[in-house]
Design a protein around this ligand. Structure first.
Ligand code: 3PG
Length: 380
């Protein structure tokens, strides 16, 4: 079924609720400008230009995680492209008063919606939907990258409001049609998101980034300080490891890793672990093996970074892999917000890849044929 788009509605003087994905990298407490932010800004700008009164819902991080923050900085970044006011509230008096005093062509961004317990409910009977829905003519989902989540701002509002998709979502959906070439692809799974596990049964899988460290631990390796870091930061650590143990055996994991030895990059073979230092990148032997595999693949899918790209000493692995994909003749798909931010950082043109998706987990769900609750809700 085709979804309704922005082109199917008249927005003049209408209040619209738009869910975008602003979730971006945080470095030293600072939100980094990202394609997710700039693409969302374009949808907001288009709606404002059409005379809509735009209220934006979005999230950053997950409650309890280090990257869970207010959206105030995101509003500043959006303002480089579109005029939008930040309101540090979602369903309180302040938010309601700002929503009702909006004029045609104006936009506001509400506070991180994941700060509300109602967001995790996913239904239409909770306080979030009950308080906001009545103020709107239309709900716009412009966040394909969050549409694998059964969360109220994704699945609740379309149950009670007329709905359509935004431009970012439209672009992502149009590109999905080309992904049949991914069937025999080499899957490079990095970053820290554990949705990757869904792709582990693919024939050719290589791992890196925090995800690669998790796979090494699941294979029985003791990385030392990095084990402690994983235990501390990975949600549901024991369950994640238990799931990984079932699928990790045929999967390639790094042969060597770079640790942060008091500010210096030091490479260690896996046999040299456990180490007192935390891991920040893949090592040179792994990089060269992975580059060979890329060279010999007809299609490559890369999701997530291979190391800590905020530090020049540890972005080596990610840059080398991305450059190898960019210069190979393979059909290439990049996935995830941090991957497209890394591209920008290294100055590698997007056009060197067949498709650069802003979605991570959502694209994984799509590739393994799982239904995305956000899209299902729009269909109904
Ligand atoms: C993402 O970064 O993939 C999206 O923003 C969804 O975030 P989540 O994995 O925390 O739901």
């Amino acid at each position: 079924m085709k979804f309704k788009t922005i082109d199917d509605f008249n927005f003049s003087g209408k209040r619209v609720l738009v869910r975008v994905d602003l979730n971006s990298e945080v470095s030293d407490g600072k939100i980094q400008m990202s394609d997710r932010i700039s693409e969302s800004a374009k949808t907001i700008a288009e709606l404002c230009k059409k005379g809509a009164r735009v209220v934006v819902l979005a999230h950053q991080g997950r409650l309890g995680d280090e990257d869970f923050t207010s959206l105030e900085q995101h509003a500043k970044l959006l303002n480089k492209i579109v005029k939008i006011k930040f309101v540090d509230d979602v369903i309180g008096e302040k938010a309601l008063s700002e929503i009702s005093s909006l004029k045609d062509g104006q936009a506001i961004l509400l506070e991180n919606v994941r700060g509300l317990k109602e967001e995790s409910d996913g239904g239409a009977e909770n306080n979030l939907v009950r308080t906001l829905a009545g103020h709107f003519y239309l709900y716009v989902n412009d966040a394909f990258s969050v549409s694998h989540r059964e969360q109220t701002s994704i699945t609740g509002f379309p149950k009670v409001l007329p709905s359509c998709i935004g431009r970012t979502m439209e672009q992502e959906l149009n590109a999905l049609g080309h992904l049949d070439k991914m069937k025999n692809a080499l899957f490079i799974l990095g970053g820290s998101k554990t949705d990757n596990v869904l792709l582990m049964k693919k024939k050719k899988v290589i791992t890196c980034g925090v995800y690669g460290h998790l796979c090494l631990v699941a294979k029985g390796n003791d990385l030392g300080a990095q084990n402690k870091f994983l235990e501390k930061t990975v949600k549901d650590y024991s369950a994640v490891l238990a799931d990984l143990k079932k699928v990790v055996l045929g999967v390639r994991t790094p042969m060597d890793l770079a640790v942060n030895a008091n500010g210096r990059r030091k490479e260690l073979a896996i046999s040299e672990f456990p180490s007192e230092y935390e891991v920040f990148d893949i090592g040179s032997r792994t990089i060269s093996l992975y580059k060979d595999l890329i060279k010999n693949s007809e299609a490559v899918f890369m999701k997530g970074t291979a190391g800590y790209c905020e530090d020049a000493k540890f972005c080596f692995g990610t840059r080398e892999l991305l450059n190898a994909i960019a210069s190979s003749k393979c059909f290439s798909v990049l996935s995830g917000g941090h991957t497209s931010t890394a591209l920008k950082k290294f100055g590698i043109p997007k056009k060197k890849f067949d498709y650069v998706s802003l979605s991570g987990g959502a694209l994984v769900w799509y590739l393994v044929g799982k239904k995305l609750p956000g899209l299902e809700a729009l269909r109904k």
